[in-house]
Design a protein around this ligand. Structure first.
Ligand SMILES: [Zn+2]
Length: 445
């Protein structure tokens, strides 16, 4: 088989195995469902009341609508009204589709769970369950279950009267496998033919490698690939998603390329991504993420506004944050607005070289002036909760001259071009661990 002898060239820091092997690293068991890059970019036109197709991130691995009813940890379900995240619908609207759920209930649930889940990573088919009060005027319990081992629960607190959040994760087992083979046609087509490669893995591998290899010009039949995947299992059942820890490609034209998954202790860190062995980021747009923590508390698209209850277009994403967290210019440009602006609170607008505008709202502090030139990654302000806001967060918007408002989650942005300092040290340890797993995992091809 390809990739057998000699193995991939290891960089110097990976060759001192006897020392560093002891620095075994425990990877988090959270499944990072970061794949699913579907280009359903919103069309022209930006009027808030204009109906547009709702952005939808289908989970390619979800077996079918309603799979979560097979949930091994399920409570007696007769007390619960059941629903699912619906295709092309947001969280609130999926809730409203459940019989008996009012707008007030949907808003109460959404606002109570907002700080605990990433709304850019909800997928059609995931389970929603509600237990009503006997008079059905109130929600007593709500369970959002993205897979059969994970439960986000809201329970009515008798003393405060509010919905209290709790999280349950059933113990899962991490299994590793290597997927290797040679190219026939494109990488995407080669992977799509394989029964052992889920759609999610295929997308994640493409995302990891397309930053390093120009597939349209440099891929050749017979090029080789090798991928290390970590997947979670509960009682023998694979959870949707997974993590591509390593992806390597050896091509006649492209030469040898490899990418390692890096992870900060914070699962929401903007730095969690694939990097080359030198710690270089792979994304090629050169844009920096506007914050260091990238959990989306309110996604792009048509939504029910959390404060007004009105159904309207949300023309950006809300990132969770704390007051004072740095806000970065995503790329070089000129500040065209920097002042308080009604419901937007303290607001900055930057015009970039291609005419694209980026918007940063609800800031606690503005650190730039109109007319000032800013560079990629420069701190321009601080996260806040000014204007019409239900807590500290950054509303970030991108306005493209041709497309209008675009979903920022669909744009490839990175935290840093190169991992440095403590992060690079941690990366080296993690890369060593990945090499160790590669050596100890049987190859399937
Ligand atoms: Zn917003």
């Amino acid at each position: 088989m390809v990739f057998s002898q000699p193995p991939f060239p290891a960089p110097p820091f990976l060759q001192r195995k006897s020392h560093l092997r002891t620095l075994a690293l425990v990877f988090g068991i959270f499944v990072v469902c970061a794949g699913g890059v579907f280009y359903l970019l919103a069309k022209r036109g930006t009027a808030p009341e204009e109906e547009r197709e709702k952005e939808w991130c289908p989970n390619p691995d979800a077996p079918s609508l309603g799979y979560a009813t097979l949930n091994p940890g399920e409570k007696a379900s007769s007390d619960y009204a059941e629903g699912w995240i619906l295709p092309y619908k947001g969280f609130e609207e999926s809730l409203m589709a459940i019989s008996g759920v009012t707008l007030a209930m949907a808003l109460e649930i959404t606002n109570a769970i907002r700080d605990h889940i990433d709304f850019s990573k909800i997928y059609a088919g995931e389970s929603l369950r509600i237990k009503f009060s006997p008079d059905r005027k109130m929600v007593e319990e709500f369970i959002y279950s993205p897979n059969f081992a994970t439960f986000h629960t809201l329970t009515r607190d008798r003393t405060t009267g509010t919905l209290a959040y709790s999280y349950t994760r059933l113990p899962t087992e991490t299994r590793y496998r290597i997927i290797s083979g040679t190219l026939e046609g494109t990488l995407n087509a080669s992977l799509a033919k394989r029964a052992d490669v889920t759609t999610w893995i295929r997308q994640a591998v493409n995302n990891a490698l397309e930053g390093m290899i120009s597939f349209s010009t440099d891929a050749r039949n017979g090029d080789e690939y090798r991928i290390l995947v970590a997947e979670e299992f509960y009682r023998g059942n694979r959870l949707p998603g997974g993590k591509v820890l390593y992806a390597a490609y050896r091509g006649k034209v492209s030469g040898f390329r490899e990418a390692f998954w890096y992870e900060d202790p914070n699962p929401d860190s903007a730095f969690n991504a694939h990097y080359t062995v030198e710690g270089k980021a792979l994304a090629s747009t050169g844009m920096r993420l506007p914050v260091d923590r990238i959990r989306v508390t309110s996604p792009f698209g048509i939504r029910i506004h959390p404060l007004t209850g009105r159904r309207q277009m949300h023309n950006g994403v809300d990132y969770a944050g704390a007051i004072g967290d740095p806000v970065y210019a995503v790329t070089t440009g000129t500040v065209t607005f920097a002042a308080p602006d009604g419901a937007s609170g303290k607001k900055i607008v930057i015009r970039h070289l291609d005419g694209t505008l980026t918007y940063y709202l609800h800031l606690s502090a503005i650190g730039v002036k109109v007319g000032q030139t800013v560079k990629t990654g420069q701190i321009i302000g601080r996260v806040g909760s000014t204007g019409l806001s239900n807590g500290p967060h950054l509303h970030f918007g991108i306005f493209d001259k041709k497309q209008g408002w675009v979903n920022p989650v669909r744009i490839k942005m990175i935290a840093a071009p190169t991992l440095e300092g403590n992060r690079f040290e941690r990366f080296k340890t993690q890369a060593l661990e990945i090499h160790r797993i590669l050596e100890n995992t049987a190859s399937g091809s």
